[in-house]
Design a protein around this ligand. Structure first.
Ligand SMILES: Cc1cc2nc3c(=O)[nH]c(=O)nc-3n(C[C@H](O)[C@H](O)[C@H](O)COP(=O)(O)OP(=O)(O)OC[C@H]3O[C@@H](n4cnc5c(N)ncnc54)[C@H](O)[C@@H]3O)c2cc1C
Length: 507
């Protein structure tokens, strides 16, 4: 392609100097900043929008998970729930700062858990979480800079020495001893010339995007009675438990029947128009997949799907948003017409951020692979892990490969070190892993644990006057929140093949 180019000559004022700068205030970045500051580093977090939480707040993903070891199978998950009441450390894989955030959120009423504990998923009230994260920055002494996009690293050979931001006042250079790239997209590392991969290996197609929305004024009892059949939930609970959870205000995810758009009550023009938006097998127009919220008549609906758009192109994100808005309008009309309990429901909110699941994965000193996930591989320098299914999309279809009950795999510290670059760590969904492994790593609990480890390592590097690569990964592991010592053994080979869990997309 012949692209016309212009040359810019820029002079950028240096306006600040910090021990650690975290770029990106999503789940990973927030935990990185809190961890760095708590470990004594003078820390700044830089965020391009005006709130913290990334996809978990602005993307309205609805729930934060998963905190437990793999909860697959009805029988096993029943025992996990029992343990959550008696001895949560034995089943909670993700502890440390992520669990602390969620416990605080639940106890303040801003999140739904399970008898006050952090279960597989915590369903969140977005404004409460935004406020809590900001409070926690203040408590830890983290400086916060909103409306500032990290655009370039400050480079000294292969070493990152800070970041140039573009804010409302123009460009500023901010120096740092260590930069944590928690942008989700690896913006800073990529601009530093780091290698990266994008999407699946054969054609670089990334997991699909989803624009989340909430509907309010739903008659939940009527809806459940009419629509939720059998064991239509993830993680698996029986229908009776599901009703009990709903009434007790516990968090839950569920999917309801397929083929909604074929119901006779759906006006023909809606059915016809929805056909234009259905890239995957009858998914988006076919069912409701949702989680609850601390607001009792409300659901977070995770159904729209936009495939084959790049989350690192503003043009393509704009196209995706435009498509998804139209899809949401039609879906809401369809639910109102055809789903009992939705007769008087309305769209309460559409996520301000497009839901982007996958962009750059920055190549590190170690690349976590799908094989590591499936082999439940453990590492000496493990700093995080996950028991989440491999949740990707392939050829316009969801893929949701569950791990055995009680299983988990680990992520080594080396996956946060950027190959060929110093002074920089990655955290969150842009860490070094392949497309398949990302399907299990990308849920927020794991991203937060990765953030905590990156922030801890950054502060250790500053205080020990070492580079992040010179640190002993095992010491980082010890200082961060990663601790599997009390977990019960995995039940390898005992996954239940339960067809009634019909979900294609969970996170
Ligand atoms: C539709 C959808 C549903 C999902 N459902 C679930 C679920 O139910 N449970 C779950 O646990 N996970 C879910 N996920 C996955 C999860 O939300 C993400 O993988 C996770 O939020 C990644 O965290 P992160 O901090 O790495 O990145 P992000 O959440 O993407 O946060 C990145 C932050 O960096 C900021 N940023 C980006 N670039 C720059 C820059 N250059 N300069 C400054 N700031 C920048 C962004 O504004 C954002 O705040 C879902 C994801 C999607 C899209």
């Amino acid at each position: 392609m012949n692209t016309k180019m212009i040359t810019e000559t820029l002079q950028t004022p240096v306006t600040g100097s910090y021990d650690v700068i975290v770029v990106g205030g999503g789940p990973a970045g927030c935990c990185a900043a809190i961890a760095a500051a708590r470990n004594g580093a003078q820390t700044l977090i830089v965020e391009r929008v005006g709130y913290l939480g990334g996809m978990l707040t602005g993307g309205m993903v609805g729930s934060s998970g998963i905190y437990t070891v793999s909860p697959t199978s009805l029988a096993y998950y029943a025992s996990v729930r029992e343990q959550l009441r008696t001895d949560p450390d034995r089943v909670q894989l993700i502890k440390g700062i992520p669990r602390e955030i969620m416990r605080r959120l639940i106890s303040s009423g801003g999140g739904l858990g399970y008898f006050g504990e952090v279960p597989a998923y915590v369903c969140v009230h977005v404004p409460s979480l935004m406020k809590l994260l900001l409070d926690m920055m203040e408590e830890a002494g983290v400086a916060v800079l909103f409306y500032a996009q990290g655009v370039q690293p400050i480079m000294d050979g292969d070493v990152v020495r800070g970041v140039i931001i573009q804010g409302k006042g123009g460009r500023e250079a901010l120096e740092a001893k260590v930069v944590v790239d928690a942008t989700g997209d690896g913006d800073v590392a990529a601009a530093a010339g780091a290698e990266f991969e994008f999407g699946r290996p054969q054609d670089n197609e990334a997991i699909n995007m989803t624009l989340m929305f909430t509907m309010g004024n739903i008659d939940m009892e009527r809806y459940f009675e009419a629509e939720v059949t059998g064991q239509a939930t993830w993680p698996p609970v029986s229908r009776e438990e599901h009703f009990a959870d709903m009434r007790a205000g516990h968090s839950y995810w569920f999917g309801t029947s397929s083929g909604l758009s074929e119901r006779p009550e759906v006006p023909e023009h809606i059915r016809a128009e929805l056909d234009n938006f259905t890239w995957s097998t009858n998914h988006s127009r076919g069912h409701i997949f949702a989680c609850n919220s601390p607001i009792p008549d409300e659901l977070y609906i995770n159904v729209t799907e936009v495939f084959k758009k790049s989350g690192t192109s503003s043009w393509e994100i704009s196209e995706a948003i435009t498509i998804a808005y139209k899809e949401i309008e039609l879906l809401a009309e369809m639910y109102k017409a055809a789903v009992p309990g939705f007769e008087n429901a309305y769209i309460r909110q559409i996520a301000p951020l497009m839901g982007i699941r996958e962009t750059r994965r920055i190549t590190g000193d170690y690349i976590v692979t799908g094989d590591d996930v499936k082999q439940y591989r453990k590492f000496e320098d493990a700093i995080a892990g996950s028991g989440h299914p491999i949740d990707t999309s392939e050829d316009n279809k969801g893929r949701f490969d569950k791990l055995d009950p009680g299983a988990w795999f680990e992520v080594p510290y080396r996956s946060l070190l950027v190959k060929g670059r110093e002074g920089i760590l990655t955290a969150g969904r842009c860490i070094s892993c392949d497309h398949e492994a990302l399907g299990s790593i990308r849920p927020t609990a794991t991203c937060m644990a990765l953030g905590e480890a990156a922030g801890t390592a950054a502060a250790m590097a500053v205080s020990q006057q070492l580079t992040p690569r010179q640190l002993d990964g095992r010491q980082v592991a010890e200082k961060s929140g990663w601790d599997t010592s009390e977990l019960t053994e995995a039940m390898i080979g005992q996954a239940e093949d339960d067809d009634s869990v019909m979900l294609q997309r969970e996170s």
